[in-house]
Design a protein around this ligand. Structure first.
Ligand SMILES: Cc1cc2nc3c(=O)[nH]c(=O)nc-3n(C[C@H](O)[C@H](O)[C@H](O)COP(=O)(O)OP(=O)(O)OC[C@H]3O[C@@H](n4cnc5c(N)ncnc54)[C@H](O)[C@@H]3O)c2cc1C
Length: 285
């Protein structure tokens, strides 16, 4: 088990890793790609580079730096995090355990803009299968998504609910779903209901009666994980204290996922601050 797992190998995650590793903590960093910096061709407002540097190069420099200092760098996509006194991160094929976690997965995408989705939040629209499956025992529900994250939420639901439909909203599923899941690839027009959600209406005019829909589009981000663990969020950003700790002890967040200035310099500062909080916590424990 690691002292700390840092989820994200962008500026926030790497900065946190350098501080944690140099303080002697067993430090694991998990990332799936180069994050926001993938698209940044030239950066010239970050300290220490006399010539512009590409985002990809900056990420590679960071990964090399953190590895050299002793952080374990892992390439994987996390689809779920649970807490039982310790944190467990799940990917499609692996589990990783740590005493503390720093969430640094960058800015969260917003839920797709589909009519009725916001209106039925908490009245049929859920963002957490582990938290809410129980409310839909024996009922027909849907998962909105198409990848590993949607599959993870589907697997949480199947043993509890009556049936699960997958709504890809016009996309092709990128992973294989269990046979008992009916896949609807039609584009969605709206979610409908009276006081609570009762059906999804497709753009071709057809509809599917459902009691609940679980949103799991694309890749799970920090605010999804924070919400699932019961930490406070404000929209898609995570609420943190002055030490970057979330409202759950041992869970920290840094960088774009905490809002504010979406810049490398702020992400790096957040990461360092979160690591200092973790170091203090681990030493006290
Ligand atoms: C086109 C563009 C140009 C920019 N130009 C500049 C600039 O010139 N100067 C500047 O200061 N800022 C710039 N920015 C902003 C800057 O890139 C971000 O503020 C910064 O990268 C945020 O760092 P972060 O570590 O919080 O998140 P990110 O850099 O987004 O890193 C997030 C990390 O999380 C990982 N991740 C996410 N989900 C998962 C998951 N489920 N499992 C595993 N890993 C996951 C990703 O793989 C990635 O490693 C630019 C952004 C864009 C998009």
């Amino acid at each position: 088990m690691a002292d700390v797992i840092i989820l994200g190998n962008g500026p926030a995650g790497i900065s946190a890793a350098t501080y944690a590793a140099r303080a002697g903590l067993s430090t694991m960093v998990i990332g799936r790609d180069s994050g926001a910096l993938t698209k940044a061709g030239e950066i010239e407002n970050y300290y220490g580079f006399p010539s512009p540097v590409s985002g990809e190069q900056l990420v590679q420099n960071g990964i090399e730096q953190a590895s050299r200092l002793g952080a374990e760098m892992i390439s994987d996509e996390i689809v779920g995090i649970s807490y039982d006194g310790q944190f467990t991160m799940q990917s499609k094929t692996n589990e990783y355990r740590a005493a503390t976690v720093i969430l640094a997965t960058g800015a969260s995408r917003r839920a797709p803009k589909i009519q009725g989705l916001r209106e039925f939040e908490g009245k049929g629209v859920s963002y957490c299968a582990v938290c809410d499956a129980f409310f839909y025992r024996g009922k027909s529900v849907a998962v909105l998504g198409e990848g590993d994250y949607a599959l993870h939420e589907t697997m949480e639901l199947l043993p509890v609910v009556g049936s699960v439909a997958l709504l890809t909203n016009g996309k092709e599923p990128s992973v294989e779903f269990p046979k008992e899941v009916t896949v609807y690839k039609n584009e969605i027009s709206s979610f409908q209901g009276d006081t609570v959600l009762s059906s999804v209406v497709f753009k071709d005019g057809s509809n599917l009666p459902i009691s609940g829909v679980f949103i799991a589009v694309g890749v799970a981000g920090s605010s999804d994980f924070a919400k699932n663990l019961g930490a406070e969020t404000a929209g898609t950003t995570i609420v943190v204290d002055e030490n970057m700790q979330c409202t759950i002890p041992g869970l920290y967040a840094a960088g774009d996922c905490t809002g504010g200035m979406l810049q490398i310099v702020k992400a790096a500062y957040d990461g360092a601050k979160a690591a200092m909080g973790v170091i203090k916590r681990i030493r006290t424990l």
